[in-house]
Design a protein around this ligand. Structure first.
Ligand SMILES: Nc1ncnc2c1ncn2[C@@H]1O[C@H](COP(=O)(O)OP(=O)(O)OP(=O)(O)O)[C@@H](O)[C@H]1O
Length: 274
């Protein structure tokens, strides 16, 4: 099993608060790695460090890019993390452009390639052949992902008018248009009903199993994280407290204690069961 991302002794401090504390973690290629932990554990901060939103206080984030070799994510600005390292994320709160159509949202996500092809305006304004080619490819990629994610019928709808579960799926399609080598999903099941959560499971298994995309998944919905993850890392107060298979972490006394506290350990296993 090859390692795609190696997080080493990552620490992120905000003044006196240590949100991530000496965290080390290996993320394999082509697998789903779940990141769980109680509220405020530091999960989103980890994503923010990975994707260039925060500069870690200390520690390293080494991406073993399949064609570009080792990339040190901690030293890249956020726009280069997506463009050069192909590490792409979604957010806890949906961040689509609500008035744009679904297809437009997927095209806009590819602004990096289009901007380069436009040579930062001239080629775009005059629709030169290189730009037209890049535009055609962006459109084809958007249509491909719409089809694969069963979203074609919504292509011309304003994204903001669609049901919440569909919008979540569009966010994933949008991230996929950037050809991620690592897809970081921050609570993709938030707000989904049980049927939609089950569909999300199928989608994640398809992306990792059929498309070979590595996924880092932050999720509170245990029916998702326990059913799709190959490996789970549990953090609390910014520290790793357990890791292993879903079955292993579910029964780990440290995890049970972190979720419900010392007095409620009997009830706790219910809280982290799939
Ligand atoms: N920009 C910031 N400035 C100050 N403190 C921050 C900042 N970002 C996060 N924190 C703090 O860092 C800690 C970890 O927050 P984080 O959002 O990473 O937790 P989380 O595990 O994602 O929580 P949740 O499951 O509720 O989303 C929290 O105490 C939070 O208040």
């Amino acid at each position: 099993m090859s390692t795609l991302l190696s997080v080493r002794e990552l620490t992120m401090r905000f003044g006196g608060l240590t949100a991530i504390d000496q965290l080390s973690l290996e993320v394999p290629a082509n697998k789903i790695t779940g990141i769980i932990g109680p509220n405020g554990a530091g999960k989103t901060t980890l994503f923010n460090c990975l994707t260039g939103f925060y500069k870690p206080t200390t520690g390293t984030l080494r991406l073993n890019h399949p064609s570009r070799g080792e990339i040190r994510l901690e030293s890249l600005p956020s726009h280069r993390v997506a463009r050069d390292a192909q590490v792409v994320r979604t957010f806890q709160n949906i961040r689509l452009f609500p008035k744009m159509t679904v297809l437009e949202n997927l095209i806009v996500a590819q602004h990096n390639v289009l901007q380069r092809a436009s040579k930062f305006s001239i080629a775009g304004i005059f629709a030169l052949p290189g730009y037209r080619k890049a535009e055609g490819e962006a459109m084809a990629r958007a249509e491909t992902w719409l089809r694969r994610l069963k979203l074609e019928q919504f292509a011309d709808h304003a994204a903001g008018d669609l049901p919440y579960g569909i919008q979540r799926r569009i966010e994933i399609a949008r991230a996929l248009c950037v050809n991620p080598v690592l897809l970081c999903l921050d609570e993709p099941a938030a707000g989904l009903n049980p049927r939609e959560s089950a569909e999300l499971n199928e989608l994640l298994l398809y992306l990792s199993g059929e498309m070979g995309i590595a996924i880092l998944l932050i999720e509170h919905d245990m029916s998702v994280v326990m059913n799709v993850s190959d490996h789970i890392c549990v953090i609390n107060y910014g520290r790793k407290i357990a890791e292993g298979s879903p079955e292993k972490v579910q029964n780990d006394p440290h995890v049970i204690k972190a979720y419900l506290g010392e007095d409620d350990e009997d009830e706790a296993s219910g809280g982290i069961a799939a």
